[in-house]
Design a protein around this ligand. Structure first.
Ligand code: C2E
Ligand code: CA
Ligand code: CA
Length: 400
């Protein structure tokens, strides 16, 4: 969408900067530009707004009366459908933390501009307005369907759950090394449903293993099919630490591999800890046994919540997966670059592989390559897909 279809509001206490920016927007073809000297005035304008409504707000951070942070909080709770561009002369780490805050308040953030504002940067961010928030999404905010435990167990009994597979690619060679199996519910009415709709419910009710074994069995059989088609890939499956309290688990998992005639060396268990572990001894027993039998063990979501250094020190992991919250757009953020590089170095010092998940752009891919990260997974390479698509994908894929 070009600026000539858009209505702007500039929130800036410096008269000269505000006027200059308003002129710049008008010269770019803005349909209207309103002006406010601080957050309070901005809210008054938005409250009084009749059509035409404001599409994009450009706001400074430091202002008298009501500063940017407070103003964003109000914007998030009352005007979440208006896009925001932050402008500031402050330190980039501080701006990045305000961006994070704005997103946490539910704001449609297009990005931040370091002052002085340039025309080209402004154009880039305005172009995001349509790209990031397509129109349809704004008019129909239908929440995701929610399911009861009974619905989910019924779906499991009816065999409606399938793994989708997302490739993990060796960054240096550009070759697919493995895939991660991610649970999907192929719902007869609601279509393909992601794990957030059912994992937590199953876990809370102690029923997660029903899903774990469904996925494990299907993933093991897919792994064999891939190998038979000449693709010697590894297969990763997610295991919650809460499942590992049952000491019979390692044997049950091994049995699945045995039945599918798959060598455990091709299997990786990605361990996520979603709650504090109470039964550490049993989990450690299972994990040690699995590792001894040749399974790979991966510390998933590294850096978040409970997936921490303590985990690394007590489990014999073979892979570290840097959580996607650190990887997405990390190359533009100095603190994230340092976190990602340190995680890669940590993995290498432990002599284990490092995988970055959530790689969405070529820019991040190249940065990871320069940092010598081993493997990448993310939309830049491919989204999770069913087995049929995966087999096709394996035959055609290559990144240089
Ligand atoms: P995870 O293990 O961290 O899996 C990665 C998630 O990130 C997947 O979401 C994947 O679709 C998504 N993803 C991958 N690349 C990108 C990217 O470039 N950008 C963005 N924005 N997202 C990306 P999904 O499939 O929704 O799974 C969510 C979580 O649910 C998984 O996070 C995993 O913790 C859990 N999960 C999935 N399947 C199972 C399962 O069979 N058992 C258990 N216990 N947990 C599972
Ligand atoms: Ca995972
Ligand atoms: Ca993750």
């Amino acid at each position: 969408m070009k600026p000539d279809e858009l209505h702007f509001l500039v929130v800036e206490d410096d008269d000269f900067q505000r006027e200059t920016l308003a002129d710049m927007l008008l010269s770019m073809g803005a349909k209207s530009v309103r002006q406010a000297g601080d957050g309070k005035q901005a809210l008054e304008i938005l409250q009084a707004q009749s059509a035409p409504a404001v599409d994009i707000v450009l706001s400074d951070l430091e202002m008298p009366e009501m500063d940017g942070m407070e103003y964003f909080r109000h914007m998030g709770s009352h005007y979440a459908d208006i896009s925001l561009i932050i402008m500031s002369a402050l330190d980039s780490a501080l701006i990045a933390s305000v961006e994070e805050m704005a997103r946490a308040y539910g704001i449609r953030l297009l990005g931040a501009i370091e002052k002085p504002v340039t025309r080209s940067r402004l154009q880039t961010l305005i172009a995001q307005h349509e790209a990031v928030w397509p129109k349809q999404e704004r008019v129909a905010p239908s929440g995701p369907a929610s399911f009861t435990l009974e619905d989910i167990l019924d779906g499991l009994r009816k065999n409606q759950f399938e793994p989708f597979y997302q490739p993990k690619v060796n960054i240096a060679s550009g070759q697919i090394k493995g895939v991660e199996a991610l649970a999907r519910w192929i719902h007869p009415e609601h279509g393909v449903i992601g794990p957030y709709a059912f994992i937590a419910v199953l876990e809370r009710n102690g029923k997660l293993d029903d899903l774990t074994f469904t996925i494990l069995k299907k993933a093991a059989s897919a792994c064999r099919q891939l190998h038979e088609s000449g693709h010697k890939l590894s297969m990763a499956v997610n295991i919650s630490l809460t499942s590992l309290t049952d000491t019979a688990l390692a044997n049950r998992i091994t049995q699945v591999m045995h039945e599918a005639a798959v060598d455990p060396r091709y299997f990786i268990l990605e361990v996520t800890e979603t709650a504090a572990m109470t039964d550490v001894a049993h989990a450690l027993e299972n994990l040690a046994r699995l590792r001894m039998r040749g399974f790979g063990l991966s510390i998933d979501d590294y850096g978040t919540g409970y997936s921490s250094m303590q985990q690394i020190s007590r489990i014999a992991f073979s892979e570290l997966k840097i959580d996607q919250t650190f990887v997405r757009s990390f190359s533009d953020n100095e603190s994230l670059r340092i976190i990602v590089q340190s995680s890669i170095d940590l993995a290498h010092k432990l002599r284990i592989k490092c995988t970055a998940e959530g790689v969405e752009t070529e820019r991040d891919w190249s940065a990871l390559k320069a940092m010598r990260c081993d493997l990448a997974q993310g939309y830049f390479i491919a989204k999770p897909m069913n087995l049929e698509s995966l087999l096709e994908f394996c035959g055609s894929f290559g990144i240089s």
